[in-house]
Write a protein that binds this ligand. Structure first.
Ligand code: UT7
Length: 329
């Protein structure tokens, strides 16, 4: 029997209009454009402003644009999965809100959370629904309003993150394109280095933990940096090797956009030269679940059918992984 694969058949992204520049951050915390640029590669990031506006606002824009682009009606969608660490509310799932706002009525929807690896984990999860043959149109949206959980008095973290969303449509194909292979791993020992302590069931919100600013991202940057470089590069190389792909066979490497120095280290370790590495960190910073699909969206015009694209991510948990995606159009 011919294998059904899940092909990405459309992609669309959305970033909010407000641009938070390094110059503006200089007025908020003790930092400089020079430090941020040389240590992270980030020049600006987008911020979603407005009372009551959550992640679903951006994700809905991405999803609506996606369906329009592919020329399909919201009624045709079977499943929508939203990968986020900044859901609008603890429940219901932000995916339910997105489906509602985008007019998707004949689908089921739920959220996933694997921090910065969330988009690639969810892409593979969604692909498996498509590969069963039962689901024909599955939307995966990676979206985060990181500005809602970033402490704008903590100069080490507030300069890094930004807001954004991007969505892909997966459809079945019998051609040799789509989600071809993946390798994922996680290790919960990493939670001490990167987490948001308060607001969950272990530490529900109290005046005390909010005063202690425990409802914001806590990150030990250097520790995370070391794990990120080693694990992201190793897993990307594993996926390349077991698919017999040399760096020449790889059309594009799409790393999670956490730090320009991490991206360059992964390029060196995997021998995929920087001209084949997608980078938009200078414009958007680290948008957590949106970094990888935002890159694919921006590069869409340069992608060709059959291109081997290596996606690689590392994030809180720790979680990390890599996907081989063969571009389908
Ligand atoms: O996406 C999920 C995974 N996350 C990551 O992969 C992030 C990984 N980590 C990083 O990207 C980097 O560790 C950071 C960008 C977070 C920090 O960069 P770093 O080069 O590791 O800086 P550091 O923490 O070693 O700090 C070096 C110095 C310190 O000063 P002293 O102690 O040497 O005097 C910091 O206080 O830089 C200082 N510093 C800053 N100075 C100006 C830290 N943040 C800033 C800042 N502006 N914004």
């Amino acid at each position: 029997m011919t294998k059904i694969r899940a092909a990405v058949t459309a992609i669309h992204g959305y970033v909010p209009d407000y641009v938070l520049t390094n110059a503006e951050l200089e007025t908020m915390v003790d930092t400089t454009d020079e430090w941020i640029t040389t240590r992270t590669g980030i020049k600006e990031r987008r911020i979603l402003k407005g009372e009551g506006k959550g992640t679903s606002v951006m994700a809905t824009e991405a999803v609506k644009g996606l369906l329009e682009k592919r020329g399909i009606s919201p009624d045709e969608v079977d499943l929508l999965i939203c990968s986020t660490v900044t859901p609008d509310m603890k429940f219901p799932a932000t995916a339910n809100l997105i489906s509602h706002k985008a007019g998707i009525k004949n689908a089921f929807s739920f959220d996933t959370n694997a921090a910065c690896s969330g988009f690639i984990y969810t892409l593979v999860t969604a692909a498996q629904y498509v590969e069963t043959g039962r689901y024909k149109k599955v939307v995966v949206v990676g979206a985060d309003k990181m500005s809602s959980i970033v402490d704008y008095t903590d100069r080490q973290t507030c300069v890094i993150f930004g807001d954004g969303a991007a969505a892909v449509l997966l459809e079945p194909t019998t051609e040799e394109v789509g989600v071809m292979d993946h390798k994922f791993q996680s290790d919960g020992c990493g939670h001490i280095h990167l987490h948001m302590k308060a607001g969950g069931s272990a530490y529900p919100p109290t005046h005390e933990n909010i005063d202690a600013r425990e409802h914001y991202v806590y990150q030990e940057g250097q520790a995370v940096f070391k794990f990120a470089v080693r694990n992201m590069a190793d897993v990307a190389l594993d996926v390349m090797n077991r698919n017999n792909l040399s760096s020449e066979d790889v059309a594009w490497l799409v790393p999670h956009q956490a730090n320009m120095r991490i991206i360059e280290a992964i390029s060196r370790r995997s021998c995929v030269p920087m001209e084949k590495v997608m980078v938009n960190i200078h414009k958007y910073g680290n948008t957590t679940n949106a970094t990888i699909p935002l890159c694919l969206w921006e590069w869409e015009n340069q992608l060709k059918k059959g291109d081997n694209i290596i996606l690689a991510a590392f994030g809180g948990g720790f979680t990390w992984g890599s996907v081989l995606l063969k571009w389908a159009y």
